[in-house]
Design a protein around this ligand. Structure first.
Ligand code: NAD
Length: 306
């Protein structure tokens, strides 16, 4: 049963179906609502829809229900298998969308799977972009995400105002799947920097330094990086970082392990040497074995403390 929110009706003619309202999808969908777009939302977890329904979105009873009449579909799901399940096959969304529909697939998935979904979309005259993001939950909430986009440049231009409602930096990475390749390269760097920061924090504190003092010195010095700038892994150094909230919220370690696995697959495909990425993957697998997969990826700090 769908209930339209009258105050949002008619603000913009573009009807968006947003699928996947997790840590990232929910704030991204909220920014589209704020920009005045008409949204129908779906997530397997009903509670995720409740919040947006209060803010003017229409709740759908399934993904197929959500895309009825949609001009645009945005999806933000955990991994490749969820995206394949959503779009492909007889009951998949591509079979239900009208030709000309624009699809922005924002999840981080294998480049090969992205290309497979691109092909299936083309066969039905649906315009699809792989558009993974960077910037974390804070960037999603602030509408300052970076989008790394694979697909036709002309499709990107059609979708630009939607990306601009959710992000600040909109990059055309290249053809189908190129957004995903850029994303796994970026996340490999992020993981390596996070691990390097965590081990240095632990070493400095074990040698008598105050964590906040060490963090600030490194942030302003040649060791400065995104983790030190925005996401310090040591509890209490940054009030709003997941480390200071029991490593809750943020970007789950199991998703980082997934991205590092995708990076290794990409390296394998091209014969690239990525020893740092390989080691990072092993450390994240260890965290998963310790039962920390659902915690924020900065929980890697705990590998280095007593
Ligand atoms: P999440 O697990 O919090 O959210 C995923 C949501 O998708 C969940 O609410 C889940 O119920 C829903 N879902 C799964 N299958 C579904 C289906 N078939 N239909 C409808 N809903 C479905 O994950 P997240 O942190 O929001 O990450 C989403 C994607 O963005 C991942 O690919 C991740 O790698 C990437 N990413 C995350 C971050 C971050 O900081 N969290 C940053 C950049 C990119």
């Amino acid at each position: 049963m769908r209930t339209a929110h009258p105050t949002r009706r008619g603000l913009r003619m573009t009807r968006i179906a947003f699928i996947g309202l997790g840590h990232m999808g929910l704030p991204m969908a909220r920014n589209l609502l704020k920009a005045g777009f008409t949204l129908t939302v779906f997530d397997l977890v009903p509670a995720a829809m409740d919040e947006l329904a209060k803010e003017g979105a229409v709740r759908a009873s399934s993904a197929l229900d959500a895309v009825q009449d949609a001009d645009v579909v945005v999806s933000m799901l955990p991994a490749s298998r969820h995206v394949e399940g959503l779009y492909l096959g007889d009951n998949g969304l591509l079979a239900a969308l009208k030709p000309g529909t624009l699809v922005l697939e924002c999840s981080t998935i294998a480049p090969d799977v992205a290309r497979k979904v691109h092909q299936a979309a083309k066969a039905r005259a649906i315009e699809l972009l792989d558009a993974p993001v960077s910037g974390g939950t804070a960037g999603a909430a602030a509408g300052t995400l970076t989008f790394m986009i694979g697909g036709a440049a002309s499709t990107l231009e059609k979708a630009r105002s939607l990306f601009e409602a959710m992000g600040k930096n909109i990059f055309h990475a290249g053809p189908d799947g190129a957004g995903q390749v850029a994303k796994v390269c970026n996340n490999q760097v992020l993981a390596v920097q996070m691990i390097a920061t965590a081990e240095a924090m632990a070493m400095g504190v074990a040698n008598g330094l105050e964590p906040a003092v060490l963090a600030e010195i490194m942030r302003q010095s040649s060791g400065g990086n995104w983790a030190l700038e925005k996401y310090n892994p040591w509890p209490g150094v940054m009030e709003n970082a997941p480390a200071s909230k029991g490593y809750s919220g943020g970007f789950m370690a199991e998703l980082m392990a997934k991205d590092l696995g995708l990076a290794q697959e990409a390296a394998q495909a091209s014969g690239s040497s990525t020893p740092m990425g390989a080691l990072a993957l092993q450390l994240y697998r260890l965290l998963l074995k310790q039962g920390k997969g659902k915690q924020d990826f900065s929980v890697v700090q705990q590998l280095f403390v007593e």
